[in-house]
Design a protein around this ligand. Structure first.
Ligand code: ADP
Ligand code: ZN
Ligand code: ZN
Length: 702
């Protein structure tokens, strides 16, 4: 056998960081970016050629021959391979770990004997067939509008740039950020025949309405939609249309940032502050940050939009790295709602609502307007309790309580004097454990068990008894689980068939209810005391967003925040609608405490049978880092720039029966942090330790 002329370094869909070397025939046409079929054990797998090489460390008797190109799949472009390379270095993830999950599985399966025709070909046809016919103009369409002076000025600033720039579009709720994106994209897409635009949204739930607005506004441009909750064949069709340049606008959640777009000219990241842009499993990338890297590498402009920018982005804008563009007025001309704080201490409360809140809801419904009652806690009650012995419904697998959930529809509280146990279940929100509510206390046998506290289901029942003639619609993840139920509820709300909307932050994001003039925040105090230093930032963003649902089209609207701490700076800033002040205060605190964005962080997390094992693993890893017991050794100057914190149990110290712990590594210098992480992680990988560990760069939850 003649020696192979070249080696292909192939990424496979395996949770291993390395590439796998295969031999190529001397005259092989295989290039980096090609999808190929390779032998793997006794089976065959589809992989992606990340690079070619002249030599390999694999002994020649074990080196196997790459079989062939995967029929029909387009070659991934060089700039895409470079972006994946950058991402895998930045997040210290395997090339394949980042590259492969981004491509629909259907397109990267070994063609079997049983399958008829190429899945790639079928996906191509499918997208063409899915394109809607251009709609006839109707009065409801997202037609051309006269821009407000603020929008005109924002657009002028964004359009003034040629080449790469990051714009932070800070616009208050209802300021018409979407219209600014659309105008900007319209200009760019018209300039070039085949130009493509990428629009990222944080959540799957936000894609249908955004897609609708895009279709109405750009009826002639093929739109590809990408998120993880699409049927495989549909996702494959849309992915291929995007990758082959047939889709002109690509709208998606975080995974859409990893689609190769040959003719990309502009990127929009809506709600850029949203933590959902951070991937929660596998390679922990931030889609927002990768979108910025993508735009930078390709010399393109990118717009990050938010009413409450992340403090990272805000800081970058303050320092001039990003360009700040502001919209300070609502597009409809309506004023911002009046935000009032309602003291819970010493107040009379019925079903979680204070008297002024009840009065405000009554008045709103009487005027034929809508009210949104916000409680960011789904289920019936956060915990079940025995009044006799104090037993609480702890999950035996997790460091958390199982949440009491009602099965079936709400019944008015008065109608069920003694709630039948079979109407409720206990569900763990972390491991999914789901059991019937016990008939009696497992500890003492007492039959008098009761839910403590209140979730959205219980709130809904309370509202029914307080406002018997009001039409109530609830929306949370439990409702949304039934296919179509969320949309049905939103449609009813938009059609004016709902008087009171009750729900979690699912109701807060993106919706534009025309008749909504009152928002009541039932209880947001728990978030004030979370250990995570980002908790106030997140609470402020959530409440600003939910408050922003009020009065988008009416002159007068109100937001009532019920709290035990009316003087807390988060609520004071909300009442003043003063994001700038809130952000400035937070940044001062962060700087004094040496927290991000003033330092850069990486978090090593670990899961093991016992808490001792987790801490021991981390302590060992820490020693290894501090003693520079790595190959190559970490230079002293790099180590001196690091702070390596002690290993500690994670906030949720046990999940699914496994103990969890974490260790934080920080540095004011990003290069130093990365210079240390590389060799250190290589050393940890080389141990082939049985313990499951994971590194998160720029963690959002600590
Ligand atoms: P944001 O995303 O900034 O909260 P939206 O883009 O949803 O705001 O716009 C808020 C509302 O204002 C929408 O109903 C939108 O149709 C409307 N709107 C946007 N721009 C204009 C404009 N120039 N004139 C009139 N209405 C507008
Ligand atoms: Zn008991
Ligand atoms: Zn659990």
């Amino acid at each position: 056998m003649s020696a192979p002329a070249t080696i292909a370094r192939v990424a496979l869909d395996l949770p291993l960081p390395e590439l796998f070397d295969y031999a190529l025939h001397a005259d092989s046409p295989i290039c980096p970016g090609d999808w190929v079929i390779v032998p793997w054990g006794r089976s065959r797998r589809v992989g992606l050629v990340a690079a070619l090489a002249d030599s390999t460390t694999v002994p020649s008797d074990r080196l196997r021959l790459l079989e062939e190109r995967l029929p029909g799949m387009p070659r991934m472009p060089a700039d895409w391979l470079e972006l994946i390379g950058f991402g895998s270095r930045y997040y210290h993830a395997g090339f394949g770990e980042l590259a492969l999950p981004a491509v629909p599985k259907l397109l990267r399966t070994v063609p079997g004997a049983r399958s008829r025709g190429s899945p790639v070909l079928r996906a191509r046809e499918r997208f063409e067939a899915s394109l809607p016919k251009p709609p006839e103009a109707s009065e409801h369409t997202e037609g051309m509008r006269v821009l407000t002076p603020g929008q005109t000025e924002a657009l002028r600033q964004i359009q003034s740039c040629d080449g790469h720039a990051v714009f932070l579009l800070h616009g208050i709720t209802g300021s018409g950020k979407t219209e600014v994106y659309f105008r900007w994209l319209e200009g760019l897409l018209a300039r070039e025949q085949a130009a493509q635009a990428l629009v990222l949204v944080p959540e799957i739930a936000l894609t249908p309405q955004f897609a609708q607005r895009i279709r109405e506004r750009f009826p002639m441009l093929p739109l590809a939609i990408l998120h993880s909750d699409m049927p495989d064949a549909e996702r494959a069709a849309h992915w291929l249309a995007a990758a082959e340049g047939r889709a002109r606008i690509v709208l998606g959640t975080r995974l859409a940032v990893l689609v190769p777009l040959p003719a990309l000219v502009a990127v929009v990241v809506d709600e850029e502050h949203d933590a959902s842009f951070k991937q929660q499993e596998g390679a922990r990338y931030s889609a927002r940050d990768l979108a910025i890297a993508l735009a930078a590498r390709r010399g393109l402009p990118i717009v990050l939009g938010s009413a409450t920018p992340s403090l990272e982005s805000w800081h970058a804008a303050r320092r001039g790295r990003y360009r700040l563009v502001s919209l300070r007025e609502r597009a409809s001309g309506a004023s911002l709602p009046l935000v009032q704080r309602m003291a819970l201490r010493g107040a009379r409360v019925q079903h979680g609502l204070t008297d002024p809140a009840i009065a405000a809801i009554n008045e709103t419904v009487a005027r034929g307007e809508q009210a949104l009652i916000f409680l960011n806690r789904r289920g019936y009650a956060p915990v079940l309790n025995c009044g006799a012995c104090g037993w609480l419904s702890r999950c035996d697998q997790c460091d958390a309580y199982r949440v009491m959930h009602r099965v079936g529809a709400a019944a008015p509280v008065a109608a069920i004097p003694a709630p039948a146990p079979q109407r409720y279940r206990l569900v763990c929100h972390h491991c999914g454990a789901d059991q019937p509510v016990p008939r009696s206390c497992p500890e003492c046998g007492n039959v008098d068990l009761a839910g403590l506290g209140r979730g959205t289901q219980r709130l809904e029942e309370g509202l029914q008894s307080l406002f018997p003639s009001a039409r109530i619609g609830r929306l949370d993840r439990d409702v949304a689980r039934r296919r179509g139920a969320a949309q049905q509820m939103l449609d009813a709300a938009h059609a004016g068939e709902v008087d009171l909307l009750v729900g979690t932050q699912m109701l807060a994001k993106g919706h534009d209810f025309r008749r909504l003039t009152l928002v009541v925040v039932v209880d947001a105090d728990a978030a004030l005391f979370a250990a995570d230093f980002r908790a106030p930032e997140r609470l402020f963003a959530t409440l600003m967003q939910v408050a922003g649902r009020a009065g988008r089209h009416h002159a007068a609207s109100r937001v009532l925040i019920q709290t035990r701490f009316p003087e807390h700076p988060v609520f004071v800033a909300l009442a003043a609608h003063d994001f700038d002040r809130f952000a400035a205060d937070q940044l001062t605190e962060r700087e004094q405490a040496s927290l991000p964005p003033f330092v850069h962080q990486a978090l090593l997390t670990v899961q093991a049978r016992s808490a001792d094992d987790t801490i021991a693993f981390l302590a060992d890893a820490r020693d290894r880092l501090l003693s520079a017991d790595t190959e190559p050794p970490i230079p002293d100057a790099v180590l001196a720039a690091l702070t390596v914190c002690d290993p500690v149990p994670m906030p949720l110290a046990q999940m699914r029966g496994l103990a969890r712990a974490q260790m934080l590594i920080e540095s004011a210098s990003r290069p130093a942090l990365h210079a240390a992480l590389g060799p250190w992680l290589a050393a940890l990988h080389a141990q082939r330790h049985a313990t499951r560990w994971q590194l998160v760069v720029d963690p959002l939850e600590i």
